[in-house]
Design a protein. Structure first.
Length: 191
């Protein structure tokens, strides 16, 4: 059985992420939610992004590796926004990665000099069609590297964290659709 390692957005380990973890656990998955920010959370996305940028993505990836070093066996890396980027880098570089779920846009693997998709790694990419935080070129580079190993799901609207119930960008329909697709994917990979 694979462990789902679910990484938070630049808001930190908020109730939004915990809700997702709880639902996935109710589906029968083992879910780990590493707290990259050591308890710090943000109610403003720009402030959270400033916090992330002050250290750089490399710092957060190293922190994620630290926090997941003791996880045994296969892993499905997943994450929202910043967490999606961290999950992506770990899944593309860690030998125990069995699956990857990137929610709210990918980053170009070339940023981390990753030029080969791991054998047997399957993935999903989820994002809103007009999300101003999503870089179309980064998504394209990610999808090109992944080839048929990644399913792409584009949702209507422009909300970045549309999957977070209670967040001002929340979209009930899109969030539900994303959850259904993620849940089915996890069951297939974990089965």
């Amino acid at each position: 059985m694979a462990t789902v390692v679910l990484f938070h957005s630049a808001l930190g380990l908020t109730g939004h992420l915990r809700q997702w973890a709880d639902i996935l656990e109710q589906d029968g998955h083992t879910v780990l939610t590493p707290d990259l920010f050591d308890g710090h959370t943000f109610t403003d996305l720009d402030a959270g992004v400033d916090h992330v940028d002050a250290e750089g993505v490399e710092h957060w990836v190293a922190r994620a590796r630290e926090l997941t070093a003791r996880v045994q066996g296969p892993r499905i890396y997943a994450g929202f926004s910043l967490g999606g980027a961290v999950a992506e880098i770990l899944a593309l570089t860690e030998p125990d990665a069995a699956g990857l779920v990137v929610m709210h846009g990918a980053i170009s693997p070339a940023w981390f000099e990753i030029h080969e998709w791991p054998v047997d790694l399957v993935a999903q990419l989820h994002y809103a069609a007009r999300d101003p935080w999503v870089d179309a070129d980064d998504n394209a580079a990610f999808l090109e590297l992944a080839g048929e190993a990644c399913e792409e799901f584009v949702y209507p609207g422009e909300g970045h964290l549309f999957g977070f119930e209670g967040w001002h960008e929340y979209d009930e329909v899109a969030s539900h659709d994303m959850y259904e697709r993620v849940s089915e994917f996890l069951s297939e990979v974990d089965g």
